[in-house]
Design a protein around this ligand. Sequence first.
Ligand code: GLA
Length: 736
Amino acid sequence: MNITYNEQTRVFKLDTAHTSYCIGIVDDDNFVGHIYYGRKLTGDDLAYLMRTTENPFVPSQNNRDRTSFLDTFPMEYTGNDLGDYREGTLTVRTVGGHTAVALSYISHRIYDGKAPLKGLPATFGKDTECKTLELTCEDKVLQLQVILSYSIFEDSDAIARSVKIVNNAQDPIYLTKVLTACIDMDNEDYEMITLHGSWARERAIQTRTVMKGKQSVSSVRGESSHQEHPFMAWKKSTTTEECGDIYAMSFVYSGNFLAQIEANQFGSMRAMMGIHPHNFCWKLEAGESFQAPEVICVYSAEGIGGMTRCFHDLYRNHLIRGEYKDKKRPILINNWEATYFDFNTEKLLGIARQASELGIEMLVMDDGWFGHRNDDNTSLGDWQVNENKINGGLKYLVDEVNKLGMKFGIWFEPEMISPDSDLYRAHPDWAIAVPGRTGSLARNQYVLDLTRREVIDYVYDMVATILHSANIEYVKWDMNRQLSDVGSYGLPADRQGELYHRQVLAVYELQDRLTKEFPHLLLENCSGGGARFDAGMLYYSPQIWCSDDTDAVERLSIQAGTAMVYPLSAMGAHVSDCPNHAIGRVTPFETRGYVALAGTFGYELDVTKIPEEDRNMIPRQVAMYHKYNDLVRTGDYYRIAHYADNHYYDCYEVVAKDKSEALVTYIQVLNRPNYHSRRIHIPGLDPEQTYVIANAEDWPEIKQTEYKGDTLHYAGINIPPLWGDFKGRLMHLAAK
Ligand code: GLA
């Protein structure tokens, strides 16, 4: 890892282990241009790539057609309204109503380490583990500084980018758009990969050709959302899972976002990512600064899989924090699908007693324990225990669960308020609303206005009081509706446009306080399933609930899409009852277990009511979790086959970092009549090492149990047809 600046050519070069990223300062105007991003280069002789010799309108030589220059020059970060007609990254409105911005380089700083981003989640590392380049640019007329930060890591090929805007003028300025990252490059036949979905169908992988014009994914829902995801990649059409060029951006943020590629008239394109400008307007007073959240950029020459593994390692090593960062998580049983709102102390203890005998390690009490909440119409905001249900009180329940040798966890939805709540009756103005309008309800609830200090503090105290009242070791932090009617009774007129972002900052502050005051707490984020599964939340919680759809087959897609960016250690995955509550499908209990093993692993069912043969299988699943979870949590993940593409089977693998073992999960979603075995290629192993199928007893059809690593990869292995649909098996390969 290194960052250099060549004063002669005015080229900055950031080198990671396998990539180089180059920035050039050009012309008398000190334009900051993007030169190169890709495979690692040995030299920095790259200034010619900025096309300043072939462009007839380079301003210092011929200022006749400045707009022609600005409209083609590959910008590192853009100004606005001065002749670059491609969509830009920064727009402002001055007190005089003007919108133009022109940025020029003025200075830079290269230092060891990486500074935290105030109030925001961000990747981190020690001074020996990372280096940062800060490029300070300025609009002299506006007296506005734009500080572009680029951090690189010793053990990663990712680059972390962020932007800080500083108002050095006497007057306030309104920021109407501040994206974080921009990469201008030639469009070499790229395809864009994005993740899209819906409730219970999160993060399906979608690939499309990059066409002329704009193509984007975004959210204006106040959260990263079920529907689209703050991630995009662009790859050559020839790039596969295992090889070829791919670039990606992932946003370390949990609110509105825009991720866009614009391909233009000259065969180049601009990829960019940041906070969505929709209704965004941030008043920056004189002397104040605005910090935009971080975007992680990745380039890999090792295909889609190479990109994925880069994100996994970065997020595991440099984003996720806390006591559980590198630890196996307790196997939990959650009562949501078991009881919904119909539970009491005895019922929960009944589940816990049975669960503890089977090896389950934690009981999580989900929605319905507070106020008078017996359905989803009431009581959000009234975080007092309903002792009619939790008879004996919360401490009694937790103590009894602890006596069984189990931990106890609890559900909250702190950002919300029900119209039918004591809180709303006392403070109707604490809900997000536009004065004079009846707000749109969703799940019969409003969103609390967390731009108000008194609301933030109230919410925090309510949650903390409950956590202090008993030995609670886990919190599921939910968010079950998206924002609408975006208005605050607390903000002045010229700050209403700050609400979306302030709301996200408040959630970060709350979770930061919580994890500091309760450092041993295991926090799991959740949002109507997986609507806030993003890198921002991972900074506060090492795991996030992936989806309300726990069907094993649906989960194959949801988890494959999630694992495109996020490590398996972060994916909340449970075995639930059948017919599945989201889709009605019946799958074997065994298969449900195999699929959940690719995540944090737990149960979401009434263990006292499921068929005995399923219950009897739980100790075996528990043992498998303990046997394989270290590998699943820490290993390298490879997608091998995806049933969304082939319609019949799914296969993925986790390989230990030292290549001493691998776990292959094979799920035959649909059987086919009169079909032979299927050839599966198993990558990532040491080619010269001999591997044995360590669980050969599970594969009686396979007679040969020893193979060289390269044989398994290039020649492959024949997986026998399994009898019936939705069947699965694990193959554990161990170096001999
Ligand atoms: C959301 C979550 C579920 C459950 C319910 C409770 O939908 O995703 O797991 O906690 O809320 O209301």
